[in-house]
Design a binder for this molecule. Structure first.
Ligand SMILES: [Cu+2]
Length: 160
């Protein structure tokens, strides 16, 4: 009367894990040592995650230099006033929704070569110090970096 059940289900977790591992591993150009938790993905696939801390009245980004590509700015309001994040530069401007203290929002922006101003567009906060500048330069994230070698000028003519 006893039936042995084939435990085919045991094979599943390993497969799921392998799929997860293959899914991450995006290009990380900077020196962030803490990998983001692979839990909920509010950002589209392929976007590099950047955190933006919106305090009273200062914006702190997890990185200052960028290579062209798509970024998901995860803005968290750590202050006591409503704040928002605006990224303005080549290619236009992008504004996040306004976030209440303690809340966070994600702003996805595609950055091109150039300089961008990152600030809080809420009343006068920019002038109170909620602004910073970022630089976008170099090879796209998904390509291996091409070294920027300044063409060496002809060697000084000492004797010939
Ligand atoms: Cu603000």
């Amino acid at each position: 009367m006893t039936k042995t059940r084939t435990r085919a289900l045991l094979a599943l977790p390993a497969v799921a894990l392998a799929g997860l591992l293959a899914a991450c591993g995006g290009g990380d150009g900077g020196g962030s040592s803490t990998p983001p938790p692979a839990q909920k993905s509010t950002a589209p696939a392929g976007a590099t995650r950047v955190t933006a801390d919106l305090a009273d009245f200062r914006i702190t980004l997890s990185r200052q230099t960028f290579t062209p590509g798509t970024y998901a700015f995860v803005a968290t309001n750590t202050g006591h006033h409503d704040h928002a994040l605006e990224v303005e530069g080549p290619g236009g401007e992008n504004r996040s929704s306004t976030v209440s203290p303690g809340e966070s929002t994600t702003l996805t922006v595609t950055l091109k070569d150039g300089k961008y101003e990152v600030y809080c567009p809420v009343d006068g906060h920019k002038d109170l110090g909620m602004k910073t500048e970022i630089t976008v330069a170099g090879a796209p994230v998904n390509k291996p970096g091409t070294p920027t070698s300044p063409s060496s000028p002809s060697s000084p003519g000492n004797g010939y």
